[in-house]
Design a protein around this ligand. Structure first.
Ligand code: BGP
Length: 474
């Protein structure tokens, strides 16, 4: 019992949070380059428009990030030393198609990832590739309005066909969209959407969602045509909702919040829009721009596995006074009195991971893959640059135990586990360096100071041992 022998242990990153080299190798400008850091990181209307112009002061971190663009060999060697079986990374779309709508790809971008994948294989590491991780060429936003435009499907198909063809012998695990449900909470990151003053935001979001879902199904189809061995996964920002009390109203509110997230995966995994969503959209007067052939495409091209990120469970109430606590958070969640929280208020709930795995597995009956999990914390190195990150080890130990229970006691099929930010990188939520997740410390601060030197933390040796004993020695 315990973890299967072929269990895929590893770590995860995203291009825009670690590569840097924003203007090298023919790369075009992307949405992630212009997202401001600090408090107006997720503005709904005006803030983003203000920053659409290339703005040095507000987008420093993604510009250089941790310079993995130049240091990937060193970084992958360290992942290899930890014994990684898999490395999840994302493609920067604008390295492959700088504007997004060209017919021919940029060879320098393709060659970069080809070499990176070869480097992974050299160390016995299987790449797991997210095709888009909050990433969209700026030109597709300014010219076409991002995913609100149906033309995006064709551009994305072109990207996918290019990737699947070029990396046919190097990559077999693919994820179509990172945290596809984030489009509801961060539409600029999730779908390159900038709202016009006064327009119906929900209508725009669900139009874009329909386009992304079609693009995801089309990608699955193309992937199988090019190589039937390709394994395609969807990707959900997961974390089940608890009712704040046993008041039936609260319980039902929790079900509705779960629906909000499962909407996307229901389509990607079951191949059709769920009734609860169709009813809700109808009530709100929102129309999905369904064209002939769309529903067939969705039905015929469902995913092979369900991947998700899990950091925390969430708690919901129908009490309007209590709910004021949650204003301004990306995911509305009340403080759960039974849980402790990280420095950023993310509540730590390993059993919640097991509950979430059960919910998702019961719902879809497909193998699961945990592609993000970890503790974001401020790390303080000693005089030798060493970080004793015991809290991170404790967090991961408890979550891995919960995974093991889900496998052993609940019979859940779990393909693998890639902890988030296996090397310190720029935070998606804050745009800063100070919130770190890595097994490897990177000497870089919020202001861009530091040597970029890599130093293994205490968790590096711990995770190495976890992998070498296949999760037995925690
Ligand atoms: C997920 C994203 C990642 C990542 C992670 C941690 O939502 O897929 O890109 O950054 O969250 O979030 P943060 O960086 O805000 O701590």
């Amino acid at each position: 019992m315990g973890f299967p022998t072929n269990f895929l242990w590893g770590g995860a990153t995203a291009a825009n949070q670690c590569e840097g080299g924003y203007n090298e190798g023919g790369r075009g400008l992307a949405n992630v380059d212009v997202v401001p850091i600090g408090k107006d990181r997720f503005p709904i209307i005006a803030g983003i428009q203000k920053h659409l112009a290339f703005d040095d002061e507000h987008f420093y971190p993604a510009k250089e990030a941790i310079d993995m663009y130049h240091r990937y060999k060193e970084d992958i060697a360290l992942f290899g030393e930890m014994g990684f079986k898999v490395y999840r990374l994302s493609i920067a779309w604008s390295r492959i198609f700088p504007n997004g709508d060209e017919s021919e790809p940029n060879e320098e971008g393709l060659a970069f990832y080809e070499d990176l994948f070869k480097e992974c294989h050299k160390h016995g590491i299987e790449p797991l590739v997210t095709i888009t991780h909050f990433d969209c060429p700026m030109h597709l936003i300014t010219e076409y309005g991002g995913w609100r435009n149906r033309k995006m499907i064709g551009f994305y198909e072109n990207l996918c066909r290019t990737l699947f063809t070029r990396y046919k012998d190097l990559v077999k695990y693919w994820l179509t969209f990172n945290e596809i449900n984030m489009i509801l909470h961060a539409p600029f990151m999730g779908a390159g959407i900038v709202f016009e003053e006064g327009e119906d935001k929900e209508q725009v979001i669900f139009t874009a969602a329909h386009h992304e879902l079609l693009a995801s199904a089309a990608a699955t189809k193309i992937a199988k045509e090019i190589n039937p061995d390709n394994q395609i996964g969807c990707m959900l920002a997961a974390g089940n909702y608890y009712p704040y009390t046993c008041n039936p109203q609260d319980y039902f509110a929790a079900i509705q919040k779960d629906h909000e997230n499962y909407f996307f995966i229901d389509v990607q995994s079951r191949g059709k829009y769920p009734n609860y969503a169709l009813k809700e959209l109808e009530r709100k007067g929102i129309k999905l721009p369904i064209e002939p052939g769309d529903l067939e495409l969705l039905a015929e091209n469902t995913v092979d596995f369900i991947s998700f990120s899990y950091y925390s469970s969430r708690t919901v109430s129908t009490d309007s006074e209590l709910n004021k606590q949650t204003e301004g958070n990306i995911f509305a969640s009340l403080a759960n009195p039974y849980l402790e929280a990280s420095e950023w208020g993310w509540q730590i709930d390993p059993l919640g991971l097991r509950s979430t795995m059960n919910q998702i597995y019961d719902r879809y009956q497909k193998p699961l893959f945990i592609v993000e999990n970890g503790l974001g914390a401020v790390d303080t190195p000693d005089e030798n640059g060493y970080v004793a990150d015991d809290d991170r080890i404790d967090y991961m130990r408890e979550h891995i135990k919960a995974m093991k229970d889900a496998i052993d006691l609940d019979g859940i099929e779990l393909m693998g586990y890639t902890s988030w930010g296996c090397i310190d990188l720029v935070s998606a939520g804050t745009g800063e360096m100070k919130k770190r997740y890595g097994f490897i410390y990177v000497d870089r601060d919020n202001e861009g100071n530091g040597t970029l030197k890599r130093t293994p933390k205490k968790s590096f040796d711990w995770y190495k041992q976890v992998i070498s004993t296949n999760g037995e020695d925690l």
